[in-house]
Design a protein around this ligand. Structure first.
Ligand code: SAH
Length: 398
């Protein structure tokens, strides 16, 4: 039996929840100590014990649970989840019908009504990612609901939690047939090699789809492109296919080299014509300055936090300085693609970093275009933190 716990919400938080805010935080609750077992159903009540929302208890980095319903009689069973998933799947109809793009997000956590769970589609395979032990508790009903709604070749899952609430890397086959990896999926006609059975990351971040297409279709032709924090080189592949004269990919992780070679290869690009460098980006910047290298396009897409031997990088603290280093090696009239997935700050603050970086560099710039999450990464206006992606294309003016 799943336990039910009444949580008394502090007065100043009640209205926030009532107007649709879904994330339950420790600070909002008076009787946090009544929570024992993750996966418990929680009923949110006000000072006078009047019910106004219900959800589950599950510890994630940002909260202790999510609101799933405003109806007291809803029970979180297969039928409940089926309704939610069905709606989400219907929303992605145009993605399912595309033969040019066969990888997309089917269910985006709180944006689709269930915080702590995402479901991605990769050419016949579904990948469920569980962000807490609490949501994992509902696993059987959710997987059963998915099975009722879609045809699939296989289902995989990733558990991004452990007993202490930290991320672990583990693969898990759930149902159907096991895939042969790499699985080749398409994004706007470009191939990606995907691994659902390796680590927390499958080979591509689907949320940058529109940015990659724009780089290929609008900016890359005839340009030299530096792709920093390049991971598997997805931006480099799109740039090369868009006619870049040469791409240079830089990432600290050893495996990034073979992974990038693979992504070029599955698209028929000879990787020997491109540069793939395993190095700390900050070290590479110093090298590039010393050698007086300049690039027509510099792509910056660092993790929100990273620790390397010499540096600790936090997007919120260090993005401005990262930009200053990038500006120094960008050609006049060149383009900088500044991207961040940090939910610690919004677009306005991000643009203020850009402005400050150019001011300190003594240069001028023009903003060309900006992106946030693509439509399949559905977000709700009541939870702006969920709209984490910020990408700005900037022209450096002499
Ligand atoms: N831009 C990529 C995703 C980046 S993921 C894409 O669109 O696919 C973050 C990457 O940054 C990881 O591959 C990690 O190895 C790399 N990284 C973290 N710190 C780094 C550093 N100091 N120098 C170079 N790469 C770094």
């Amino acid at each position: 039996m799943i336990k039910e716990v009444s949580l008394k919400v502090k007065p100043k938080f009640v209205n926030k929840f009532k107007s649709g805010y879904p994330l339950i935080s420790k600070e909002a609750i008076i009787n946090v100590n009544d929570l024992v077992e993750e996966g418990s159903i929680v009923k949110l009540v006000d000072e006078r014990n009047i019910f106004f929302a219900k959800g589950y208890y599950g510890k994630q980095n940002k909260g202790i649970g999510w609101v799933l319903s405003r109806k007291e009689n809803d029970s979180f069973d297969q039928r409940f989840f089926e309704k939610m998933l069905k709606e989400a799947i219907k929303d992605r109809e145009s993605f399912y019908q595309s033969s040019e793009t066969t990888a997309f997000r089917v269910f985006n956590g709180e944006g689709d009504g269930i915080g702590g769970l995402t479901i991605d589609y990769f050419a016949g395979y579904y990948l469920l990612t569980w962000y807490s032990k609490g949501i994992y508790h509902f696993r059987d009903d959710i997987i059963q609901a998915l099975k009722e709604l879609v045809e699939f070749q296989g289902i995989y899952q990733k558990k991004r939690f452990d007993e202490k609430g930290q991320y672990i890397e583990e693969d898990d086959f759930v149902a159907g047939e096991r895939g042969h990896f790499p699985l080749i999926v398409k994004e706007n006609g470009v191939n990606f090699a995907i691994y659902l059975n390796e680590s927390a990351m499958v080979g591509v971040f689907l949320d940058q789809r529109d940015v990659r297409r724009t780089i290929r279709d609008v900016y890359a032709n005839g340009k030299t492109v530096l792709n920093t924090f390049s991971y598997t080189g997805a931006f480099s592949v799109f740039a090369a296919l868009g006619g870049a004269t040469k791409t240079t990919s830089v990432d600290l992780a050893n495996r990034s080299k073979s992974k990038t070679i693979e992504q070029f290869s599955v698209n028929g690009v000879d990787h020997e014509t491109q540069a793939i460098i395993v190095e700390d980006v900050f070290k590479y910047f110093k090298y590039a300055v010393k050698k007086q290298l300049k690039f027509d396009m510099v792509i910056l897409d660092p993790p929100s936090f990273a620790r390397s031997k010499k540096f600790v990088f936090s997007a919120e603290k260090d993005y401005k300085n990262l930009l200053i280093e990038a500006i120094a090696i960008t050609a006049d009239n060149g383009t900088i693609v500044a991207s961040t997935n940090s939910s610690a700050f919004g677009m306005d603050k991000f643009k203020s970093f850009i402005d400050a970086a150019f001011r300190e560099s003594g240069g001028r710039y023009k903003q060309l275009e900006e992106f946030s999450l693509p439509v399949d990464f559905k977000t709700i206006k009541e939870f702006p933190e969920g709209d984490y992606l910020k990408v700005v294309f900037i022209k450096k003016i002499r």
